[in-house]
Design a protein around this ligand. Sequence first.
Ligand SMILES: *Cc1c(COP(=O)(O)O)cnc(C)c1O
Length: 229
Amino acid sequence: MNPNRSIQERIIALTHRLPETVRLVAVSKYQSSEAIVEAYDAGQRIFGESRVQELIAKQEELAPICLDLMWHFIGNLQSNKVKHIAPFIHMIQSVSSRKLLDEINKQALRYQRRIDVLLEVHVAEEETKQGFLPNELVDTLREIREHAQDYTGVRLCGLMAMASYTDDEVQIEREFGLVADLYQQIRNSDLLINPEDFEELSMGMSNDYPIALRKGATLIRLGTAVFGE
Ligand SMILES: *Cc1c(COP(=O)(O)O)cnc(C)c1O
């Protein structure tokens, strides 16, 4: 990454290189509203945030000026905070438990919305990384399907994952490969209520997104590659 490039130049360079099937999520955590507006003016529409308070403050400030900006929540989300973002959030990518999914569904219905969600899969080695283990995910999908009529507040749009934080590209590729296989397995199963909604695979950050693209990512989440260090 060239540190002398502007946010605008980086966005244009990145989006030109991406296949048409892939969308960029500009991860704007810790970034100022000015930086977000600069990216927005360069054509960027999807922004990822990982803290509720920070997101709410930015949303309030930017809603009147960035009219079609879409916020994606990508961080650890406590169930009791869902109500604060439910009125406006476009997608919650980091759904890591059935309890959280149930709360998102409940709050969406309260606001007469349907919220797009991705289920987060745990494939990385670190204990700290959130998410469903692959077999838990399949069980959860089965439970949701059995109670399909209760889940009209959420749209299950696909999977999200983070690879281990490592320089070992073989390991990263293996982890993204596991997620991609699980994604295809689910798409080919009868586990989904609305199979046509399940079409997103969010994986890849600034350090590993070329590998994620090779493994079929449809959403990549880039912070430093867009905004700088
Ligand atoms: C911060 C963050 C990113 C972006 O990380 P960079 O290395 O800055 O690209 C992507 N995904 C999640 C979940 C994050 O928390």
